[in-house]
Design a binder for this molecule. Sequence first.
Ligand code: MF3
Ligand code: CO
Ligand code: CO
Length: 287
Amino acid sequence: MKKYNRNDLCWCGSGKKYKKCHIEFDNKLSEYEEQGYDILPMNVIKTAEQIEGIKKSGKLTSEILKMVEARIKAGITTEEINTWVSEYTLKNGATAAPLNFNGFPKSVCTSLNDVICHGIPDGTVLKDGDIINVDVTTVLEGYYSDASRMFIIGNASEDAKKLVQAAKEALRIGIEAVKPFGDIRAIGVAIQSYCDKLGYSIVKDLGGHGVGIDFHEEPHVDHFKREGMGELILPGMVFTVEPMINAGDYHCDTLDDEWTVVTRDGSLSAQWEHTILVTETGVEIIV
Ligand code: MF3
Ligand code: CO
Ligand code: CO
């Protein structure tokens, strides 16, 4: 960590002298660092103004997912979902973060059955028994919010329904493991112990991420168990938890379109995602 002098202006932007502001907080962090935690740069802590902006963006993302929920059914194409999301987003003065992000060609990700994530909307028609993840990231007044959920189309198999429910529960359990001044790796530990019991696997190649000022920020969030200590969770952090759970093996492949991530063994995959805010006492789900 960078050291400040007592009479310097505090790094937090309060305009106060360091000795009257974050000096004690930083001393506390040094103790955590000695215990073995990784301490991230302090810009992972969002200001009140930024949090307000991210929450406004999150409200719109939530509305978009509800709008999709009301319309999605067998017979529509994933391209239609893209049109709904794009039109709703623009009508509300926002932009869809996926569009043109590193060359992604659409405004939303639609990931069907064995597609883990980053599915590209196209002419594929939804049919009875499908399971699909719709992942919405909205930029409103410069602030990003990112959330996704599963939809079950018509009557799905018991196996598919169980997986969808388990992925939702994995998200809940992961978020429950988030504690201010706790270890970011606790999330993966908790999700892994849940999934192991069910015989499901957790995708390792992709994870959650800080979000708010940009699409993907620090910290990176693993959803599986990693040994050792990770980053220290701090109040004011905003990040996603978004476990991708496979019915079969955890391995994944990326298709030739350079985006669509599928299970290597062709098994079903499910994912739910929230953007969360760490508070002094716990966690708030932004969207
Ligand atoms: N929304 C995804 C996430 O949860 C990222 C999608 S990137 C895109 O991080 F380019 F495919 F949109
Ligand atoms: Co995300
Ligand atoms: Co997302």
